[in-house]
Structure formats: structure tokens, C-alpha cells
Design a protein around this ligand. Structure first.
Ligand SMILES: Nc1ncnc2c1ncn2[C@@H]1O[C@H](COP(=O)(O)OP(=O)(O)OP(=O)(O)O)[C@@H](O)[C@H]1O
Length: 361
């Protein structure tokens, strides 16, 4: 441990005050950076002749890909080469222990890209160093098997009472579609749907997860309300398009979560804009600024404004990982994942502290 370890620690733990909304991850990490390097720490405070310093961070939310930016920042302040790695370590949840956070992904209206967003957020959170699962609870049109290339597969039983989740692209997945015929689901009522969801949640051997995303059925009726009530969710993300109709339904979604006391993490505006591949002109095919107004009205952040892009649809249909196939599109979700993870951390009271450990290698 370097000589100023305790200084860093006290600076970090003593002075860091959780920011209030908007507390996006940049702000969050910026406050850690400035807390870790208060004006009083001179670069020559490092002892030893080693050419490389190792900075290990235990972060209380998913942000592993922030290591490069932190490395640059720390190197500037120490004026030497620093190797940075970040482990994501979240506290146990009092309610579900091994599953630290359940995030509901909902939409007021069907077809706005909710499942696409749920899958890509799950993959992006995994890229940020978290252990992630996705539970497809859309009884009307379970599409997670398609989006993850699992069509025709059947889940395996671990024992009489437990199902094994699928493991694809580094995340765990389970779908209500394996248990329910969507034609039968049209006559389901709330209690039946929420019973199926609870069963799938509790009887799948998820192991330890930092985030479990639940792809909810679209709408704000009896079924969605009962399901949201039944699951011990930490928070909810609402996906919408900029269209007036979708926004009106997203507004109902915000109201529904208010009713069941599930805080909203933020909005994802999908199909926000389209850039013509030929002339490069950007058009707002479904309207502009709608999600912005909704976000302002309810004081919730916009986590992402995603473009309408062929690559997103193609990846969905092929069950491919967008971040691998089209990194420039995956970037939108990477950003949204980091913002979501840090927002959730603050929403939950920022109780767990970040740990920064410097060693001379
Ligand atoms: N940003 C986008 N650009 C291009 N295509 C998209 C985009 N987002 C979603 N899609 C496509 O739109 C279709 C609907 O998406 P998706 O199934 O995710 O919507 P949904 O809201 O979950 O629908 P449902 O209401 O049926 O559950 C899919 O074919 C998907 O590939």
C-alpha cells in the first residue's frame, strides 16, 4: 500500500457526499476522482521506485469500462503510469439476497422496442463488470428467446423444483414463453400472470446476480399492475418512442409505478432520430422532444435517446450481441447502463462506499 493510502481513504470516505439528481455516472465518478485526489496530495507522495502503480477500485455499481478514463485522470494527477481495474461489488439485497437489484423494463405501448432495450441494457451492464440476468415476463409476446438466439430451446430442470437459466453472451436468461402459450395468455388475469412471474423468479437457479432485468408485458392494465406489485423490484425503466400516443401511454406507466411505489430510474427514448445513410441528414420521424417533456414533468432522467437503426433490428433478429457487432450502436447502451447503475446507486441512498486501493507493483 502506498504512503498516502490513508489520506486517500479519509479524503474519499470522509468528504464524499452523494450528489443529488441528476447524478449521472460521470458526475459520480468525477466526485470520486476529486475526492481521491484532493489538492493536498502532491504527486511525490508515492513511495518506492516501481515504474507502475496499480489502482484497484471496488465500485458499488456497474462501471468497469470507466477504467480507461480513470487511468488517464489518475495518471495526470500522479504523473506516472497507473494500471486501473474495477471490480463491481454490490451489497446483498435484504429482500432477495443473491439478486441484488430487480429492474423492471416497461412500456405503456407495445412495439416501442422494450424487449430490445431490456436485452441490450442487460448485455451492456454485463460489459460494465456486473453479473446480469434477464427474465422475460411478457406473456403476450415473449421475445427474449428470439433476441438471444434461443428459439426452440427448452429450459433444463436442476431438480424437481428448480429450473436452470440459459446462459448466453455472458448473461443468464429465463422466459415465461417456455411455460406459457401466448394464445392462452390473452385470457389471463393479473393474479395468474403475477403467479407465473413469481414462480419463474423464485424457481430459477439464478445464482448470484447484481442486476436482474424483467421484460414486462406492454401496457398499464390489471396484469402489469399486479405483476409490478408482486415482484420486489428496486426500480423501473420506461421505454417509449417520441410519438404522442406512445408518450401518453408512457405517462400512464409512470403513474402505475407511482401507485405501486416502484421508483422510476429513467426513460429510454427509442427511435428518437434517424440518420439517412446516403445524405447524412437527421430526421425526427416520430417527433422530437416528447420524452424530454415527460422527463421534466416527472423529474426523471433520460437514460438514452436511441436512433432508429437497421443494425439494431438485425442484431435482434440474429440473437447477436449489438456491442460486438456494432460498437458504435452498443455505445448508446453502454452509456445508458452506466447512467442507470449510478442512478440506482443514488436512488438507493448511496450507502455503500467506493473503495480505492493503491499498490506499488
Ligand atoms: N432503435 C431501433 N432501430 C431499429 N429497429 C428497432 C429499434 N428498436 C426496436 N427495433 C425493432 O422493432 C421491433 C419491435 O421491438 P421489440 O420487440 O423490442 O418491441 P417491444 O416493445 O418489446 O414489443 P412488444 O410490445 O411486442 O413486447 C423489433 O423488430 C426490433 O428489432
Amino acid at each position: 500500500m502506498l504512503g498516502f493510502g490513508s489520506k486517500v481513504k479519509s479524503a474519499l470516505f470522509g468528504s464524499h457526499k452523494p450528489a443529488k439528481w441528476p447524478s449521472q455516472y460521470q458526475q459520480c465518478l468525477a466526485s470520486y476522482r476529486s475526492a481521491a485526489f484532493p489538492v493536498g496530495v502532491p504527486p511525490d507522495a508515492i513511495s518506492g521506485d516501481s515504474s507502475e502503480t496499480h489502482c484497484h477500485i471496488n465500485a458499488p455499481f456497474a462501471c468497469a469500462q470507466e477504467a480507461a478514463a480513470l487511468r488517464q485522470y489518475i495518471a495526470e494527477h500522479l504523473q506516472r503510469d497507473v494500471r486501473v481495474d474495477i471490480d463491481v461489488i454490490l451489497q446483498e439485497s435484504p429482500r432477495l439476497k443473491a439478486i441484488k437489484h430487480i429492474i423492471l423494463v416497461a412500456s405503456g405501448k407495445g412495439g416501442v422496442g422494450k424487449s430490445t432495450c431490456a436485452v441490450n441494457m442487460a448485455l451492456a451492464l454485463r460489459r460494465e463488470g456486473a453479473k446480469v440476468g434477464i427474465l422475460d415476463a411478457d406473456i403476450y409476446g415473449p421475445s427474449i428467446p428470439l433476441l438471444l438466439g434461443l428459439q426452440g430451446e427448452k429450459p433444463q430442470a436442476k431438480d424437481e423444483n428448480t429450473l436452470l437459466p440459459f446462459e448466453v453472451h455472458g448473461i443468464k436468461a429465463q422466459s415465461i414463453g417456455f411455460l406459457v402459450d401466448p394464445d392462452d395468455a390473452t385470457v389471463w388475469r393479473g393474479p395468474m400472470a403475477s403467479q407465473a412471474l413469481s414462480q419463474l423468479l423464485m424457481e430459477t437457479d439464478w445464482g448470484e446476480l447484481d442486476y436482474l432485468l424483467v421484460d414486462m408485458p406492454p401496457g398499464t392494465g390489471d396484469i402489469q399492475l399486479t405483476m409490478s406489485q408482486k415482484v420486489p423490484a428496486s426500480t423501473a425503466i420506461i421505454v417509449t418512442t417520441p410519438q404522442d400516443l406512445a408518450l401518453a401511454d408512457a405517462h400512464k406507466g409512470v403513474k402505475m409505478f407511482e401507485k405501486v411505489n416502484v421508483p422510476i430510474l429513467g426513460l429510454i427514448e427509442n427511435m428518437s432520430q434517424f440518420q439517412c445513410p446516403h445524405c447524412g441528414e437527421t430526421s425526427h420521424i416520430f417527433g422530437a422532444d416528447g420524452a424530454q417533456h415527460l422527463a421534466q414533468r416527472y423529474g426523471v432522467p433520460i437514460l438514452a435517446q436511441l436512433p432508429l437503426e437497421m443494425g439494431i433490428r438485425q442484431c435482434s433478429e440474429q440473437g447477436a450481441d449489438l456491442g460486438d457487432e456494432y460498437p458504435e450502436l452498443g455505445h448508446y447502451f453502454a452509456h445508458a447502463a452506466r447512467i442507470s447503475a449510478s442512478e440506482l446507486y443514488y436512488q438507493q441512498g448511496a450507502k455503500q462506499r467506493v473503495e480505492i486501493i493503491f499498490t506499488d507493483d
